[in-house]
Design a protein around this ligand. Structure first.
Ligand SMILES: Cc1cc2nc3c(=O)[nH]c(=O)nc-3n(C[C@H](O)[C@H](O)[C@H](O)COP(=O)(O)OP(=O)(O)OC[C@H]3O[C@@H](n4cnc5c(N)ncnc54)[C@H](O)[C@@H]3O)c2cc1C
Length: 427
C-alpha cells in the first residue's frame, strides 16, 4: 500500500496551507482533492478578488469570529494574519488593504493567489492529486491510518488532515464529506446551519419587490428577541441591500446567523428586525429636522418636502407605515404623525422568516466540535494522528477575510503539528 507521512484531504485554503506547513516541517505530503481545480472557493472569495486575510488587531479578529472565536487564540499564536501577509509577500504576491482591514492582491487576481500557493507546494515537493475523491477513512490508534479512495485504492499515512470544508456552495466541492469521517473517529458534529447568508423577509414592501435592489449605506440592522420585542439580540452597522426576497449585503449577512439561532431557540416562525436609517441621530433630532422642512415648505406634499432625506423608493414605504399619504400637504399633517415617522426611520420594521439554505450560504456554521480538538496542534483529542482545519470545524467568522484567516491559521497549525506527530510509526 502506498504510504505517506501526511495525507491532506481537501485543497481549499486550509488544506493548501496545511500541506505547505507539513512539507516545510519535513514531512512527505500528499494532498487529495475531488475537484478538477484546487482553491476553488478561495478564488471566488471577496467578490472574486480573493480576500486573503484581514489586517485587524488580534482582539478585533477574534471579535469578528462569532463561531468559537476564542478557540483561535492558540492557532493565532502560531500563525496569524500578519504571518499570512508575510507568507504571500514572500511568494511575490503584493497585497493591499481595503476598507475594514480587508487584504487583497494588488492586481485583484484571485488566480495569482491560488497559483502562488500551488507553486509553493511544488517547490516543497508536495504531491497533489486532483479529481481524487476520498470515500472513507479507516483509523488505527496504534498504526497507520488508511484513506479509501472512491476508486477503491487504499493509501496509508501516519497523520491525516481533514480539510474538506463545510456544506456551503457545494459546486466548489464542499459537500460535507468530512463530518461522517470525524464521527467515525468519535467526534461530535455540532448542528450545521447557514451563516453569512441572505435573510428572507415577508413584509408587504418586500413581497411587492418595490425596494428590490435598493442599497442603504451606514445604517444599523438589528435582530430582535421575538419574546421581548424591545430586547436587541444583535446589531450591525454598515451597508445592506434589499433583494426580491429580503435583505442581504454586508450587515444582512452578519445578522443572518442570529436570525437562524433565534428561530431555533424560540421555535418562532418569524423574527422581528429593524433598521435604524439614521444611527447618528436620535428620534427627537430627526423629528425636529422633519418639522423644520415642513415649516420651510408648508404648502408642499410630504413626499416633496422630505425628498432627499431618504432614498426615493423608501420614503413612500415609511409614510405608508405611519398611515400618511405621500401627497398629504405639510400644513395638514399633525405633528404627532411626524414624531411617529421619525420613530419609523429609527426603527424601520422587518419580519424575518429565515434565511436562504446552507447550500446558498457563504459559510457553514457548526461542524467538528472545537472541544474535542487541541487548539495548539489542531489534533483530535479522540484519535491520535487525526487533524482538522478550516470550515469543517465548528468555527466561523464574518465575511471580510475572517474565515480565510481561520482556514490559513488552523491549516498551518495542523500541517506543522501533523509533520511532527507520529513520525516513526510502524506501518
Ligand atoms: C462566494 C464566497 C465568497 C466568500 N467570501 C469570503 C470572504 O470575503 N471572506 C471570508 O473570510 N470568507 C469568505 N468565504 C468563505 C471562505 O471561502 C471559506 O470559509 C474557506 O474557503 C474555507 O476553506 P476550507 O479550506 O476549510 O474549505 P473549502 O475552501 O471549502 O475547501 C474544501 C476542499 O475539500 C475538497 N473535498 C471535499 N470533500 C472531499 C473528498 N471527499 N475528497 C477529496 N476532496 C474533498 C473540496 O473539493 C474543496 O476543494 C466565501 C465563500 C464563498 C462561497
Amino acid at each position: 500500500m502506498e504510504t505517506k507521512d501526511v495525507i491532506v484531504i481537501g485543497g481549499g485554503p486550509s488544506g493548501l496551507m496545511a500541506a505547505a506547513a507539513a512539507a516545510e516541517h519535513g514531512a512527505d505530503v500528499l494532498l487529495l482533492d475531488k475537484g478538477g481545480k484546487l482553491g476553488r472557493k478561495l478564488a471566488i472569495s471577496g467578490g472574486g478578488r480573493c480576500n486573503v486575510t484581514n489586517r485587524a488587531e488580534a482582539e478585533e479578529l477574534i471579535r469578528h469570529i462569532p463561531g468559537n472565536g476564542r478557540f483561535m487564540y492558540s492557532p493565532f499564536s502560531i500563525f496569524n494574519n500578519e504571518n499570512i501577509i508575510a507568507f504571500f509577500e514572500q511568494l511575490g504576491i503584493e497585497l493591499k488593504e481595503e476598507d475594514n482591514g480587508r487584504m487583497f492582491p494588488v492586481n485583484d487576481k484571485a488566480a495569482d493567489v491560488v497559483r502562488a500557493l500551488l507553486q509553493k507546494l511544488q517547490q516543497l515537493q508536495v504531491e497533489t492529486r486532483k479529481n481524487t475523491e476520498v470515500n472513507d477513512l479507516h483509523f488505527h490508534e496504534e498504526g497507520m491510518h488508511h484513506v479509501e479512495l472512491a476508486d477503491g485504492t487504499m493509501l496509508a499515512a501516519s497523520s491525516i488532515i481533514i480539510a474538506a470544508g463545510g456544506k456551503s456552495v457545494p459546486h466548489t466541492g464542499s459537500t460535507g464529506d468530512g463530518y461522517p469521517w470525524a464521527e467515525k473517529a468519535g467526534h461530535t458534529i455540532t448542528e450545521l446551519y447557514p451563516t453569512e447568508v441572505p435573510i428572507t423577509v415577508n413584509d408587504a414592501f418586500i413581497q411587492s419587490k418595490e425596494l428590490q435592489g435598493l442599497s442603504l449605506r451606514q445604517v444599523t440592522l438589528t435582530v430582535k428577541d421575538p419574546k421581548k420585542k424591545n430586547k436587541k439580540i444583535k446589531s450591525h452597522t454598515g451597508d445592506m441591500i434589499f433583494t426580491h426576497f429580503g435583505v442581504s449585503g454586508p450587515i444582512g449577512l452578519r445578522c443572518s446567523q442570529y436570525v437562524v439561532k433565534a428561530k431555533k431557540k424560540y421555535d418562532y416562525a418569524e423574527i422581528p428586525m429593524e433598521i435604524d436609517l439614521f444611527p447618528e441621530e436620535s428620534a427627537g433630532q430627526l423629528a425636529e429636522s422633519l418639522k423644520a422642512k415642513m415649516k420651510d415648505a408648508p404648502k408642499k406634499a410630504l413626499k416633496n418636502a422630505f425628498s432627499g432625506m431618504l432614498p426615493e423608493r423608501l420614503l413612500p414605504v415609511t409614510l405608508q407605515l405611519c398611515g400618511l399619504s405621500e401627497s398629504a400637504v405639510c400644513t395638514e399633517t399633525p405633528h404627532d404623525s411626524i414624531d411617529t415617522l421619525a420613530r419609523v426611520w429609527k426603527e424601520f420594521p422587518l419580519t424575518a422568516t429565515g434565511t436562504l439554505s446552507i447550500e446558498k450560504a457563504f459559510v457553514t456554521g457548526g461542524g467538528v466540535s472545537v472541544k474535542e480538538v487541541y487548539p495548539k496542534r489542531m489534533e483530535s483529542r479522540k484519535m491520535p494522528g487525526l487533524f482538522f482545519c478550516g470550515e469543517v470545524m465548528d468555527l466561523h467568522g464574518y465575511t471580510g477575510g475572517y474565515n480565510i484567516t481561520v482556514a490559513f491559521s488552523t491549516g498551518y497549525t495542523a500541517g506543522s503539528s501533523a509533520a511532527e506527530s507520529r513520525a516513526s510509526l510502524p506501518s
